[in-house]
Design a protein around this ligand. Structure first.
Ligand code: NAD
Ligand code: G6P
Ligand code: MN
Length: 442
């Protein structure tokens, strides 16, 4: 087996330690010779890097480790980039969430105006690292889970069609862990599913165990009573009360179409009034994350640096992150694993825009992915998806053309925004807040 060289882009991310420890636990199936971190915030990255460097030295001293803010150095001699950057960091996420709420509109990281604003920041950041990877390590793969994945994926489809970037999301991973536990199975790995939609906007139509037995009846029964609540999964993510509410609300989302099992993110599109009523405009998810995950990860890292050892706890492998290792291993070792990816439709959903980026099952191997056909989809889902995909495409076009008009159209078309008037009010505030990050619009 070859040994691989990896760069983690967004080295200072709260998810970096979990991924590094997960990589360490999987060296037998995905052997590594080098790990590099890349970030454009040297100070933030250094704390995570010093702690992870200690863990790596203790557990796998043969792996070369370095961290840098020099993009050329970071992307030279790598086989894979695992990308989880957050352009504008939590300070901007907080604005994405609070500005729409000021106008009574859902304030969410990846949905509605907040997701559009985040997309307008992310596109440039992703293109920069993708170009650096292709220049300095031609042939390398980028496994991207930087958000908003739908908009990032549409931008790279349009602007870098030949690039080796695979866009992926972990929400279905956690929900499939939950479905496995509802069905009395040990892991999502025992499930074979059919699923279609957009990122953070999809439905399962078939869930089977390894012997091909249909698990939907038991999952449906659970969804009708509890949504995704009372269905434990091993992940350390998605554990706070606000996530608990989202899992419970999936019951009402499920009620719209009891034939399918919905992604939890549909809550924002189907029950926006409920979401706004249950939001605190002065304390949003960004605040929760800063108070919990960010604080915990950085204080654990600082403690490791102070002690000079990662033994005795602090950081944990993120079980959740195993899907990244699955994806990398599939390409590196041609495992032919079936995974959900965000890919150009091209007829995989027969009666849907061939040029839309859709989330569907694919077979992963050393040549990349092969899509599995999902056939025709019903009118309800198709109508919702057409509206949302237009929002995503208009956002990308607005970024490319610097078009105020198109971005106003994108916000107006979002199912979360009640009128063009409100869309304009939100847009003008977002422009002001994003001055350092968005292209100039006219
Ligand atoms: P974070 O703010 O802790 O980390 C992001 C890091 O990216 C920061 O250290 C920041 O300095 C760095 N960064 C920002 N812009 C950059 C640029 N242009 N170049 C290089 N580095 C840059 O955020 P987090 O909460 O750990 O999340 C990281 C990312 O992962 C986010 O985009 C988040 O939405 C995404 N995420 C996606 C999924 C998924 O399902 N696809 C799951 C979890 C997290
Ligand atoms: C899920 C989604 C991610 C999103 C995350 C937000 O995992 O799939 O795309 O970034 O939730 O979680 P947070 O804890 O940051 O609110
Ligand atoms: Mn996601």
């Amino acid at each position: 087996m070859s040994k691989y060289s990896i760069v983690i882009a967004g080295g200072g991310s709260t998810f970096t330690p979990g991924i590094v420890l997960m990589l360490l636990e999987n060296l037998d199936r995905f052997p590594i010779r080098q790990v590099k971190f890349y970030d454009n915030d040297a100070e933030r990255q250094e704390i995570v890097a010093k702690a992870c460097g200690i863990a790596l030295r203790e557990r796998a001293p043969d792996i070369a480790f370095s961290y840098t803010t020099d993009i050329r150095e970071a992307f030279t001699d790598v086989d894979f980039c695992m990308a989880h950057i957050r352009v504008g960091k939590y300070a901007m996420r907080e604005k994405d969430e609070k500005i729409p709420l000021k106008y009574g509109v859902v304030g969410q990281e990846t949905c509605g105006p907040g997701g559009i604003a985040y997309g307008m920041r992310s596109i440039g950041g992703i293109l920069e690292i993708l170009d650096a990877m292709e220049r300095h390590s031609p042939g390398a793969w980028m496994l991207n889970y930087s958000n908003p994945a739908a908009i990032v994926a549409e931008a790279t489809r349009l602007l870098r069609p030949a690039s080796r970037i695979l866009n992926i999301c972990d929400m279905p991973i956690d929900l499939m862990e939950k479905m496995a536990s509802i069905a009395g199975l040990g892991s999502r790995k025992e499930l074979t599913v059919r699923y279609y939609g957009l990122n953070h906007f999809g439905w399962w139509t078939d869930v089977r165990d390894a012997r091909g037995s249909d698990l939907l009846p038991v999952i449906r029964e659970h969804m009708a009573k509890h949504g995704f609540a009372q269905a434990p999964s091993a992940t350390a993510q998605h554990v706070e009360k606000s996530w608990g509410d989202t899992f419970a609300k999936a019951r009402d989302v499920y009620a719209l179409d009891p034939e399918t099992i919905p992604n939890t993110y549909l809550k924002y599109y189907l029950y926006p009034d409920y979401v706004v009523e249950h939001s605190d405009p002065n304390h949003t998810r960004a605040n929760e994350v800063m108070e919990h995950r960010e604080r915990n990860v950085f204080s654990a890292c600082r403690a490791i640096i102070e002690r000079g050892t990662a033994e005795g706890g602090g950081l944990e492998a993120d079980v959740h992150a195993s899907y990244i290792v699955d994806l990398a291993t599939a390409i590196a070792e041609n495992t032919r694993e079936r995974m959900l990816l965000i890919v150009p439709n091209g007829g995989a959903i027969e009666n849907f825009d061939p040029e839309a980026m859709v989330e569907i099952p694919c077979i992963l191997g050393s040549n990349g992915y092969e899509k599995i056909s999902m056939g025709r989809i019903p009118r309800f889902q198709k109508g919702l998806m057409e509206q949302q995909v237009a929002v995503e495409k208009l956002t990308v076009e607005a970024w490319i053309e610097g078009s105020y008009q198109k971005l106003w159209q994108a916000l107006t078309l979002s199912k979360l925004v009640p009128s063009a008037r409100v869309a304009k009010l939100i847009l003008d505030d977002l422009i002001e807040a994003n001055r350092d990050y968005w292209p100039k619009l006219s």
